[in-house]
Design a binder for this molecule. Structure first.
Ligand SMILES: Nc1nc2c(ncn2[C@@H]2O[C@H](COP(=O)(O)OP(=O)(O)OP(=O)(O)O)[C@@H](O)[C@H]2O)c(=O)[nH]1
Ligand SMILES: [Zn+2]
Length: 322
C-alpha cells in the first residue's frame, strides 16, 4: 500500500501521484462513498492510500484526513461539493472588466474556503477600476486579506505574485473569463507544460470543466473550472461569520448568544453597519449567503423597519447576484 496525491478526477477515475509516478486509480468497492455525504468522495489535492493492481493502475483504499478545503454547494445534487483540498492558499482571481469586478463573488469565495487563507488577485490591471470599485477592492486589504492587482497581459506584478506563491500549493478560482488560464500560463513559465495538457485533455479551446493540479518549478497550482457563481456550502449558519472578520469585534457584544446578526434585538453588528463601521455591501453579502443556506427568505425579513430597508435594497439588486 502506498500514499499518493489526487491530481485529477473524472468519472470516478483518479490520477494519483506517488513518488514521482502517476497512476490511474478507481475507488475500491463502495467504501469511500459511505463515509461522506458530499457530492464527491475525493477532490484534487486529497491524500489517499492505494494498492497497485496493474502496471500504472491501482485501487484507492482510504482518503487521509483533510487539513482544509474549498467547498461549494451543488444545488443540482443538493449537497456540498469539495472542489480542492489541502491547499496552502486559495487565490481568488477577479478582473476589472469582462467580467466586471464582482465583490460579491469574492465574498463567496472567502466563505467557501474552509480553514484555508484566501488571497485576492485583481487581474487586467491594465484597465482601471472605478473609484467605488477600487474602494471595495481595497477593503479586502484592510480586512486582512492579501491582495494584489496584476495584469497577465502586460505582466504587471507577475513577479511579485510569483514570489508569494513560491513553495506553495495554491488553488486558482474565479469567474469564467477573468484570465485564469492566461495567468497560469504566464506564471508556470512553460507554455509547453500547459500546452501539453491542453492538447491531452482538450483544455484551452474549451472551458476547464474539472479541477487539475499543475506542477511548476516553484509552486503547484490547482486550476479549477471557471464558474458563474459559487453557492456557499451548507453548514451551521453560525460558521458563516468566519468569512466576515470585521464582524468579530461587534459580534461579541450582541445581546443574544448565537446572534446571527439578521435583525435580532441588541445586535451590535447591525448597529455597526448603520454607523458605517462595517461596509453595508459586505453585510448584504452576508445576509444573502445566510438566506441561501435556508433556501428561503430569512426569518427577520419584514419584521421591522430596519430589515424592510434591506429587503428593498436586496430585491432591487437581485439581478446583480453572482
Ligand atoms: N486586458 C486584459 N485582458 C486579459 C488579461 N488577462 C487575460 N485577458 C483576456 O481575458 C480573456 C479571458 O482570458 P482567459 O485566460 O481565457 O480566462 P479564463 O479565466 O481562463 O476563462 P475560462 O476558461 O472561461 O475559465 C481573454 O480574451 C484574455 O486575452 C489582462 O491582464 N488584461
Ligand atoms: Zn448580532
Amino acid at each position: 500500500m502506498q500514499t499518493g496525491l489526487i491530481t485529477r478526477g473524472i468519472n470516478n477515475i483518479y490520477s494519483v501521484e506517488s513518488q514521482g509516478n502517476a497512476y490511474l486509480c478507481r475507488i475500491k468497492g463502495k467504501q469511500l462513498f459511505q463515509v461522506t455525504d458530499e457530492y464527491n468522495p475525493l477532490a484534487v489535492g486529497d491524500q489517499v492510500t492505494f494498492v497497485l493492481t496493474n502496471e500504472g493502475e491501482g485501487l484507492i483504499i482510504e482518503r487521509l484526513e483533510r487539513r482544509n478545503c474549498f467547498q461549494r454547494w451543488n444545488a443540482k445534487k443538493g449537497c456540498n461539493q469539495t472542489v480542492v483540498a489541502n491547499m496552502d492558499l486559495v487565490v481568488c482571481i477577479s478582473s476589472v472588466e469582462s467580467p466586471p469586478f464582482r465583490p460579491r463573488f469574492i465574498d463567496r469565495v472567502i466563505a467557501c474556503s474552509r480553514k484555508v487563507p484566501v488571497m485576492i488577485v485583481l487581474n487586467k490591471s491594465d484597465i482601471l477600476l472605478t473609484e467605488e470599485e477600487h474602494e471595495r477592492f481595497s477593503l479586502y486589504g484592510e480586512l486582512g486579506y492579501q491582495t494584489m492587482a496584476v495584469s497577465a497581459a502586460s505582466g504587471e506584478n507577475l513577479e511579485r505574485l510569483h514570489e508569494v506563491l513560491k513553495g506553495k500549493t495554491v488553488a486558482f478560482v474565479g469567474q469564467s473569463g477573468v484570465g485564469k488560464s492566461t495567468l497560469i500560463n504566464r506564471l508556470l513559465g512553460s507554455e509547453q507544460k500547459t500546452g501539453e495538457i491542453s492538447h491531452k485533455y482538450n483544455r484551452g479551446r474549451h472551458t476547464t470543466n474539472h479541477a487539475l493540479l499543475l506542477h511548476g518549478p516553484d509552486f503547484t497550482i490547482a486550476d479549477t473550472p471557471g464558474v458563474r457563481e459559487f453557492l456557499v456550502p451548507h453548514t451551521d449558519p453560525h460558521e458563516l461569520s468566519d468569512a466576515f472578520p470585521e464582524f468579530m469585534e461587534f459580534a461579541s457584544s450582541c445581546t443574544y448568544e448565537g446572534c446571527l446578526h439578521q435583525g435580532e434585538p441588541g445586535c451590535k453588528v447591525m448597529e455597526a453597519v448603520e454607523q458605517d463601521l462595517i461596509h453595508y455591501d459586505r453585510y448584504e453579502s452576508y445576509l444573502r449567503m445566510l438566506a441561501s443556506l435556508d433556501e428561503k427568505k430569512p426569518e427577520w425579513m419584514g419584521k421591522n423597519d430596519r430589515s424592510k430597508s434591506w429587503i428593498k435594497r436586496m430585491e432591487r439588486d437581485e439581478s446583480q447576484e453572482y
